[in-house]
Design a protein around this ligand. Structure first.
Ligand code: GLN
Length: 445
């Protein structure tokens, strides 16, 4: 059924950049046989799903939607996929994304952008646009994306889905092709909170192959339905600056719904929020410039045809292989790391990162979770990336702070705008309080 729907819809929506039909059907058959034999199957066994194209899959091409990695076939599985594969999860294919996960509209993909199934004049969001449009367009039950500054939550918000950015370290990054390692985290996009919790529980395990791995401390499905009476929900006004009227109105309604469930609303200020975007774009670009140094035409994927010597080969390969946005970020990252500018930009951003972490810690002495918009707007119209890049960066204002602080956050649908496009709200928790934000989301849903 899902493969039929991919065949019908993918030509327009462009959710998948690689469809793994044969192995999907084989796995589904294996599970079917188990069921016929009366064997017990696990929760995610036989469930059709997708993986973002920056999650390594053994023997299945993994490109990060970049020309430079076209034709690259990993020789090992990412830990998240290794785990799900061993449970007979049915991988339908690899999903579209902004090139190397740099973007907010999916339009920097070398395969072209992914459209929003709610309204195809609009983008699915980014960078995990394909993961969201696949679920929203009935082309998968769930998908795994990656979230460095909002790439799971923002497309989930644009497509009317639930998207979880787990606590940094709770899900292994082994086999996730790095963008900005201190911010990257794999997370699920699904149609509802319970599915999201089940997937999170399956993928949040300690992994010795990821030096920053810690695993999770609880099983989140067990506490989904706990009462939220007396739960303190924090509202920081800075998060609402510049948000659309319809977004603010929908969140106000959600606040009322929480009050009627017995939650207590706490207002406070988070002045350090204004540093979040510059800190994010300095650190993310710095880390990206280092991480992407490995694409040199020697070790992976694409190599230019014409060159004079090794240096010329590397330079031409990178100029031809990387798209404009990726090149912009490598240059920016190299600049902020260079001698003479390091102290003024990179070091300063690291210091400010510390104060953002601290201000969240202070905020969480006053509340249990925070409620904010996920994005100030609903889905952008297509051809969004042709605009001024800074304008795009600014739309990440609500999502990047939690990556800087390593906190868990999710996006859950809370209404529609006057064009019928979904609005999402974000619930943020303390480190390792993934269960609490899922609980708060489940009660609202
Ligand atoms: N839009 C942000 C960026 O371009 C976030 C991307 C992400 O989370 N991968 O960096």
């Amino acid at each position: 059924k899902y493969i039929d729907s991919i065949k019908k819809e993918n030509g327009i929506i462009n959710a998948y950049v690689n469809i793994t039909e044969e192995t999907a059907l084989k796995t589904a058959e294996t599970v079917d046989e188990k069921i016929q034999r009366g064997e017990k199957i696990s929760l995610l066994e036989g469930i059709p799903m997708s993986l973002k194209d920056n999650i390594s899959t053994k023997d299945v091409e993994t490109t990060c939607c970049s020309k430079i990695l076209k034709g690259y076939v990993p020789v090992y599985d990412a830990t998240v996929w290794e785990g799900l594969k061993s449970q007979n999860a049915v991988l339908l294919g690899k999903t579209n994304m902004d090139e190397f996960a740099m973007g907010s509209s999916c339009e920097t993909s070398c395969f072209g952008g992914s459209l929003n199934p709610h309204n195809t004049d609009h983008v699915a969001g980014g960078s995990s646009g394909g993961a969201a449009s696949a679920v929203s367009g009935n082309m998968a039950v769930y998908g795994l994306g990656s979230d460095t500054g909002g790439s799971v939550r923002q497309p989930a918000s644009f497509c009317g889905l639930v998207g979880l950015k787990p606590t940094y370290g709770s899900v292994s990054r082994y086999g996730l092709i790095a963008y900005a390692s201190s911010l990257d985290q794999i997370g699920p996009i699904a149609g509802n909170v319970e599915d999201t919790a089940i997937i999170y529980d399956a993928i949040s395990k300690y992994d010795k192959r990821d030096a920053t791995s810690s695993g999770s401390r609880v099983k989140t499905v067990d506490t989904l339905n706990s009462s939220i009476k007396g739960m303190k929900i924090g509202i920081a006004e800075e998060y609402f600056d510049g948000a659309g009227e319809d977004v603010i109105a929908s969140i106000k309604k959600a606040i009322e719904a929480y009050e009627s469930l017995g939650a207590e609303i706490v207002q406070f200020k988070l002045p350090s929020l204004k540093y979040a975007l510059p800190v994010y774009y300095i650190l993310a670009c710095a880390e990206a410039s280092s991480n992407l140094g490995r694409y040199d035409g020697i070790r992976y994927g694409y190599r230019t045809d014409n060159y004079k010597d090794v240096n010329d080969m590397i330079s031409r390969t990178r100029s031809e292989g990387f798209g404009k946005e990726v090149q912009r970020r490598i240059l920016l990252g190299t600049y902020v790391l260079s001698a003479g500018y390091y102290d003024a930009y990179y070091k300063k951003a690291q210091k400010l990162r510390g104060s953002i972490v601290k201000s969240f810690q202070d905020a969480f002495t006053e509340c249990d979770v925070m409620l904010t918009p996920t994005v100030p707007t609903t889905a952008f119209e297509t051809n969004y990336t042709s605009k001024d890049p800074i304008e795009t960066y600014l739309t990440d204002i609500c999502t990047v702070p939690v990556n800087i602080a390593g906190l868990p956050a999710l996006s859950i649908p809370c209404g529609f705008d006057n064009k019928g496009l979904p609005i999402g709200m974000q619930i943020i928790g303390k480190s390792f309080d993934d269960a609490k934000i899922l609980n708060a989301a489940y009660k609202y849903e």
